[in-house]
Structure formats: C-alpha cells, structure tokens
Design a protein around this ligand. Structure first.
Ligand SMILES: [Zn+2]
Length: 668
C-alpha cells in the first residue's frame, strides 16, 4: 500500500527539493539537488508552493540554467505534499516521450528509491488504477502529460496545477486556436477562488518588435514575461559593491583568448570568471516592473554556474550568421530574437560576382536543383538555384518570360515549361540533370497556375514527391517554411473540378530573414578564408536589375497608436526575383535540405556523378546549424482538404525537424 496519504509537514518547495530530489544526469548525477549550484532557483521554487498567493509564475530562461528541473521537481512535490490534478504539457509527441522516459520517470524512480516511499503508483499495476506512460497516479490526484501541439483529450478533467514547458514552441492548433488558451480552459473550476497555479517556462524565440509582445508570432514566453513583474538576478560587483544586471554589451570578449574574457561593471572594474561566481552568490532577485501581475523571472547564461564568461564569449564569437545569432540570443542570453531586415547592399553584391560560373550550368556542389516562378499579368519571372549540403547556393539562371499569362496553354507557359521541367541542365561532371522541385506562385492568377500545374504534374523519380508545387505566400512570423498542402477547386474553362488542385503555403517571413542573413555573409571573394555555410553565389552574367529585385523587400516597423506594434516585411521596389528566391528556399526545405544526413548527402552526391574523393560524408557536415528561424513542417505531407479543419487525432507539425524520414530521396 502506498503511504502517500500520510499527512506531510508543510515545507517550501526549495527545501523539499534539497531533501528529496535526486539528480539523474549531469555532473552531479546521484546527488541531491542543491540551491547552491543555482541560487536563483530557490525563490522561483517557493512561488510554486500553495502558500504563495500567485496563480502564475513565468520563467524566461537560457539553456543550461538548471531551471527545467524545477518544473519536474514541482510535479513530485505536488504528488507528495499538495496533491491535486496536474497537467504538464510540452510541444510535440517526441518531446512528450522524452519528457517521460528521459526525465520524469527516472526522477520519480530515483526519488522513491531514496526515500523508500511509493507515492506514485507504479506502471505495472493492472487494475487500471496504476500509472501509465502519460498519466501518473498518486493519492489525491493525477499528473497528466500532454502534447501541447495536439488537442488533448482532457475535457472531463479538472486541473489545478500546470506547467507550460517550452512555451515559446507551442503552435496554434488549426481549427482550435491558441493552445495556451486551451490549456488554461482546464483550470476553470479553480479560477473563481484563484487557487490554481501555472508555471510557464521556456527559452524564447522571436521578437516581432512589438513592445507589448501581443503581435501574433511574438514569442509566448516573452509575452508572459512582459506581463510579469520582470525580476532580474542582480549580482554584486566585488569592487564597488553595487548590484548590477549583466548585459551582453558589458562582456569584453578576448577573441584570441576567450578564457581571458571579462565583464565591465559600470564602476570600471573588470570582473573575472571567479569574481562572477562570487557576484552571483551575493546576488538577489529584484522586480523591475511595478505593474506586473505575477512573478516573472529572467535567467541567462551570465548568472548560470554551468556557464562561464569564456563559454559565453566562445558562443558569441561563433554566432556569425543570422540563425546562429538567433540561437545565441535565445539560448545564451535568454532573450527573444529580433531579425534584421534592412536590404543588403547591391554594390557589394555586384562586386562579389564570380567569373567561373556559367549561366544555365550546375556547379559541382549544387546537389539540389530547384526553380521558382513568379507569375504576373504580362509575363513570368523565373529563377533557378542550386543548393549544396551546407545551404550554400548558386544562381543557375534568372530570366523574364514575356507574354500574356491568362491562358495556361499560352505561349509564355510553353516557354516556362521549356526552361524548367523539360530542360536538361549540364552539370560540372559532364552529366545532365533535371529540376528536383519547382514552385509556381499562385497569388496573382490562381486558377491558371492550378491548371498548368495539374497538366504538367509528375512525381520526381528520386524523391517520389510532386515535382511542381502551386504555392501561396503566408505573412507572419512563426509560420513554417513549407506548410501543409490544401486541396482547392479549379475551373478548367467552365468545367469545375472539385478539389482539383493542391496549394502549398509558404511561410515567407522567416525565409526572408534567413535569406538576407545569407546574402550578407562574406566569402572568399570578400577576403574570407572560406565560403561559409549558406553563402550565395552569383555569376558575372548577373546584372544590376536582378540584384535590385533580389533585395526588393525590407522589414518595417508597424505602428499602432504611435507605438511600435511589430515589424512586417514590405516591398520597397520591384521584388519578383526576391519572391522567386524565397520560394526557392521553400523548395529546398520541401526536399528536406535541413534534415538530410551527411551519409544521405554522400549517397545523393555519388548518384549525381560527384567523384568519390569529393563525396566523403565529412565534407557534408555543416559547421553551423543553419535553419530558417521558424520550424519546418513535416514533409511529405498528409493532405487535408481544409487546412482549418484538422481531424482531432492528427498532430499537426509534430517535431518535423528531427525524426523526419527523408528516405524518400534515396529508396525509390
Ligand atoms: Zn563595480
């Protein structure tokens, strides 16, 4: 019989953790949790006990902060000390499994072994009363684990305590709306007496530039933090004895010797790493926003004892691309990232053109070949781009096909076919290659585009995927580069075909930010030792008109009642080639450029005629992770006839990145 029903002495969470929580990984595995390793955690923990009056606690954090253990430790504490129904939600089914088998269950086992008590019923119980993978049973309540990106079947459950973990990565559930609101809906029974408690905890994501964080796509944890009393851990300078908050500007990085990096206090003193540790231990939380309605805590690498000035300096030095800077901002500084949106300089781009590139030919490392067409009333703009394993890209062709686009059997459409899907492109090894995927923007003449795509559609022999995609751009941050296809009706000269065409949504905003960061990279032509990951190559045949269009968009602030309410991409001049390039980026994602492993690249390279000495898998390992700022949806995609009506048991956009099966490329 479990003895979890024995009345427990009241004890704040921080003290309880130090007597009960046995760490299961990291350098201190096997030891009891201690606040000495992370002094900032004790106050956060104590906000979670019942005797603290708050209903919400927000933690905006960097990686390596030790804060995640608090959320898990709280679950055990609730089971042992303050039994109630509890809901712990993470985004994605993989994250959910990892939460249980990688973290929660080992902690439960280690805790119960340490105390010799069985508070949470074992999973082996057969009566139906025992625990399951996603439901932990204890006297007086249950702990439910849920996937935040799917509709959780909890309608009959009344929940009193909850954790919204990795809250910034929660995505809207089409047809159901905001998952944060769905989650909160389970707490209704306790709202009247304000006896519920919710912990929001996450590393941040995107900053839309909105001061209140209310804009769609703005990082959720930052939005919560802005509503809170915004507590920062103030460290004490060993020299002037003043309290201060670390900021990235204050870190003086020694590029040649990162271990000599120091932090400049306002008093002029330079703190060393050993002084940092003392400064943290002498620190305390101070709220910085009077109107905040709940306790909110910011934790970054500067106050984490698992990090050091040296480690932060190294991370900052490595953050050279826009995506790497986003990671540094999110994961090290614990802050949301605001993408840079000014257009790259055309003159600089003109000077970087490379003489060896031949128009219409695929360069040696260009293993993926994609095309994108921007259809206008009087003609079609076309761009063809080759991508390498490290996202380096080479412009293969760019042209304008003149002619009325109204009839999908018209001359200009024939010309498009000739220059794209019917074309054989010579490669650097004496072979010929065809396109791997092509996007045709359906924004201007949807019906004509659908009809043309329908007429010429074929499955790519290597990928098995559709060769041609009718695409439609979607504004907004937080949209996947390539979304779920949607079936639409088409009109073929008066004959209506129900669900006769497929349209693919393209989340253009993150792709734009990513493309501009690649376009700004310096390569060999500008004196760099190598062409970095993501570098964009252009031949000498490219003219100024092309570059003007390529850089035709920029990010502009959106003002509402005089205050900045966000940033949006705006067209500043003709931007057809810019649009083409963004769709080409989406095609590379459609083909799985972010998920293909070095071994798969090698296989592809050999099959595409690359000499073996150039095809070793190590040559395909990226030096930096370079993905667009937003998640990429799973692909190949299940078809849903109405994107807004998901079947309830389908998990949209679940952990598309990692376990994705790209074998379609190689096994067909
Ligand atoms: Zn000082």
């Amino acid at each position: 019989m479990a003895d979890g029903t024995r009345p427990a002495e009241p004890m704040p969470l921080s003290r309880w953790l130090s007597k009960n929580l046995v760490l299961v990984d990291g350098p201190a595995a096997g030891d009891l949790w201690s606040a000495a390793g992370a002094p900032y955690l004790a106050e956060i923990a104590d906000c979670l006990s019942d005797d603290h009056p708050c209903n919400f606690v927000t933690v905006r954090k960097s990686q390596q902060s030790g804060a995640s253990i608090l959320a898990l430790g709280w679950c055990l504490y609730v089971a042992a000390m303050e039994p109630a129904n509890m809901l712990y939600a993470v985004p994605g089914i993989e994250a959910l499994r990892d939460l249980n088998s990688g973290k929660l269950q080992p902690l439960i086992d280690a805790w119960q072994k340490h105390t010799g008590r069985t508070v949470i019923l074992p999973q082996t119980a057969r009566s139906g009363a025992g625990s399951t993978t996603f439901e932990k049973v204890f006297a007086g309540g249950r702990l439910y684990l849920g996937n935040a990106n799917a509709v959780m079947d909890l309608s009959s459950k009344t929940i009193k305590k909850g954790v919204r973990d990795e809250y910034s990565k929660w995505t809207d559930i089409p047809g159901y709306g905001d998952p944060g609101n769905l989650f909160f809906g389970r707490f209704t029974a306790f709202r009247r007496f304000k006896t519920f408690k919710i912990l929001d905890i996450s590393t941040p994501e995107l900053d839309t530039g909105d001061e209140t964080g209310e804009t769609e796509g703005h990082c959720r944890i930052d939005r919560r933090f802005k509503l809170s009393d915004r507590r920062f851990w103030h460290c004490r300078c060993p020299e002037c004895r003043q309290l201060f908050v670390h900021s990235d500007d204050g870190l003086i990085v020694d590029e040649a010797h990162p271990h000599r990096s120091v932090y400049a206090c306002d008093c002029g003193h330079h703190l060393t790493e050993s002084e940092r540790i003392l400064a943290i231990d002498e620190g305390r939380w101070i709220p910085t926003f009077e109107d905040g309605d709940h306790p909110g805590f910011h934790i970054d690498a500067f106050v984490s004892k698992m990090m050091s000035y040296e480690a932060i300096a190294e991370d900052r030095l490595a953050a050279k691309t826009e995506t790497a800077r986003k990671d540094y901002t999110n994961l090290v500084l614990g802050l949301p990232f605001k993408p840079r949106g000014d257009a790259p300089d055309i003159e600089k781009l003109m000077l970087r053109r490379e003489d060896w590139m031949v128009r219409g030919e695929i360069p040696p490392q260009g293993l993926i070949l994609v095309a994108a067409a921007d259809v206008q009333m009087r003609g079609i703009w076309l761009e063809i781009v080759a991508f390498g394993a490290n996202r380096e890209s080479w412009l293969v062709d760019a042209r304008y096909l003149d002619g009325d686009t109204a009839d999908h059997k018209g001359e200009v459409w024939e010309s498009l076919r000739k220059h794209t899907i019917d074309c054989e492109f010579p490669d650097a090894f004496g072979g010929k290659r065809r396109l791997d995927a092509m996007a045709v923007d359906s924004g201007y003449r949807p019906n004509t585009v659908y009809a043309w795509v329908r007429q010429h559609q074929r499955a790519h022999p290597d990928t098995g995927y559709d060769l041609i995609l009718a695409t439609k751009g979607q504004p907004g941050w937080g949209k996947p580069a390539i979304g779920q296809p949607k079936l639409v009706d088409i009109d073929l000269g008066g004959r209506k075909v129900k669900q006769g065409a497929k349209v693919w949504s393209v989340g253009t905003w993150p792709l734009k930010a990513d493309f501009y960061s690649c376009l700004r990279l310096d390569g060999i032509k500008s004196g760099a030792p190598v062409d970095p990951d993501g570098y964009c190559h252009f031949g000498a045949w490219v003219d100024e008109v092309y570059f003007k269009q390529l850089t035709g968009d920029r990010l502009e602030p959106v003002k509402v009642h005089g205050r900045v309410a966000g940033q949006r991409w705006a067209q500043i001049k003709d931007n057809h080639f810019h649009d083409c390039r963004i769709y080409n980026g989406a095609m590379a994602e459609y083909l799985g450029i972010s998920q293909i492993t070095p071994e798969q690249w090698q296989d592809l390279a050999l099959r595409r005629g690359m000499p073996p000495e150039l095809s070793a898998p190590t040559l395909f390992s990226r030096t930096t992770d370079h993905r667009p700022a937003a998640d990429i949806a799973d692909s190949p995609h299940p078809i849903s006839s109405e994107v807004d009506q998901w079947p309830v048991d389908v998990e949209p956009r679940d952990s598309g990145w990692i376990g994705r099966d790209t074998s379609g490329w190689f096994n067909r």
